[in-house]
Ligand binder design. Structure first.
Ligand SMILES: Cc1cc2nc3c(=O)[nH]c(=O)nc-3n(C[C@H](O)[C@H](O)[C@H](O)COP(=O)(O)OP(=O)(O)OC[C@H]3O[C@@H](n4cnc5c(N)ncnc54)[C@H](O)[C@@H]3O)c2cc1C
Length: 352
């Protein structure tokens, strides 16, 4: 079982002076980042593909970015295994390894990455202010790249059994279900990917979906439906996770007839979607009807000098490469904003 129970990230290796929890994914070749700096021309919130790509660009433009990367260092790709669609890796690459490499690349050019959550921001005055891990930071520009987080079913039994058979991370926890039977809840790409991944370990994967067809991409649906280890229970909703100190099954309700029945299982993987991590920004920035941050002009927001990148504003594409592309765009926009305001040498733009 992973550190901190099921659904946690890969164990992190603590490096540096540790005061603010500087950490890097195990196996990443990173140097200890300098600590102690609390002001920067660019502060990036989030260390997923968007945040770290922004950091690479900002660092190469001599902007000395600080990345307040969050406790979930590396973002969503830390909970996946094979990434086969990120350009440059014809054989595919493991999610944590890809994120370790991105971080090492950002740190190589001088980005400081601190694994703390930003608790509060004040974007009403210049410089912009952020608070994280008990430290106050000041920034001329901020790039919000705080991504999205997995959703849970919000059942009491689900929270009680988290780490005891309930998980939202097949990559972290699938190993513990070798030759067992597991349930995957959901019908989108995340659920299909989790289910397919789990067939490497589990003897049977039961997908529980509340509708009569999947929402995921056609190729993922075809793969899942063709896999002999995957069985689908359509029109079914999990109303309770069964078990006292470990999962023994799920109670299902038929969404058409209302009838309930129990399905035995050793594990439950919840894969029902994500929520954008906008809490600290919502007071200051516009959000759309799904709660994602809105951009107004390229990567700009309604606050001058604040930019947005990645899944925190993107409910449509939600891919590592689009998040990385956004990070690049936000860093270039921030650099141009700084140059326009006499806070950075325009010449540095040739560094791209
Ligand atoms: C199971 C799974 C498999 C996937 N597989 C693929 C794949 O094969 N290929 C692909 O292209 N995409 C894949 N994706 C999608 C991809 O992971 C995301 O699109 C991408 O990670 C988004 O990057 P991001 O940087 O915008 O956000 P995230 O990766 O979500 O990173 C957000 C970062 O913000 C930090 N954060 C959040 N709140 C705060 C705060 N208050 N203060 C500071 N930091 C904060 C988090 O700690 C994290 O570091 C997968 C996603 C999942 C869940």
């Amino acid at each position: 079982m992973t550190q901190g129970g099921f659904g946690g990230l890969k164990p992190l290796q603590i490096i540096g002076d540790g005061e603010q929890g500087m950490a890097a994914p195990v196996g990443a070749s990173v140097a200890a980042a300098p600590s102690g700096r609390t002001s920067a021309k660019v502060i990036i919130v989030g260390s997923g593909p968007a945040g770290l790509t922004a950091a690479i660009y900002a660092a190469r433009a001599n902007l000395g970015p600080i990345v307040l990367g969050g406790y979930e260092a590396g973002g969503q790709l830390m909970i996946t295994s094979d990434v086969e669609n990120f350009p440059g890796f014809p054989e595919g690459i493991q999610g944590p390894e890809l994120m370790g490499r991105m971080r090492a690349q950002a740190e190589r050019f001088g980005a400081v990455v601190v694994d703390v959550d930003v608790e509060r921001v004040d974007l009403s005055r210049r410089p912009l202010h952020l608070w994280a891990g008990g430290v106050e930071y000041e920034a001329e520009t901020v790039i919000a790249a705080s991504g999205a987080s997995a959703l849970w079913l919000e059942l009491e039994s689900e929270s009680r059994l988290r780490g005891r058979g309930v998980s939202a991370c097949a990559t972290c926890d699938g190993f513990f279900f070798r030759d067992r039977k597991v349930v995957v809840v959901g019908g989108g790409d995340t659920a299909l990917e989790e289910a397919l991944f789990l067939t490497r370990y589990a003897r049977e994967v039961v997908m529980v979906h509340r509708r009569d067809q999947f929402r995921g991409s056609r190729i993922m649906q075809e793969r899942a439906l063709a896999n002999p280890r995957i069985r689908v229970l359509w029109n079914s909703r999990v109303v309770e996770v069964l078990g006292e100190d470990h999962v023994t099954g799920v109670r299902l309700r038929d969404t058409v007839s209302g009838a309930e029945r129990d399905e035995p299982a050793d594990g439950v993987f919840v894969a029902i979607g994500h929520r954008p991590n906008t809490r600290v920004f919502r007071e200051w920035l516009d959000v759309d009807d799904k709660g994602y941050l809105s951009v107004h002009e390229e990567t700009r927001t309604r606050i001058d000098g604040v930019f947005v990148a990645g899944d925190v504003h993107d409910a449509r594409y939600r891919q590592a490469v689009t998040a990385a592309g956004d990070g690049c765009r936000a860093a270039i926009d921030a650099e141009r904003w700084l140059a326009e305001h006499g806070l950075a040498e325009p010449a540095t733009m040739s560094a791209w």
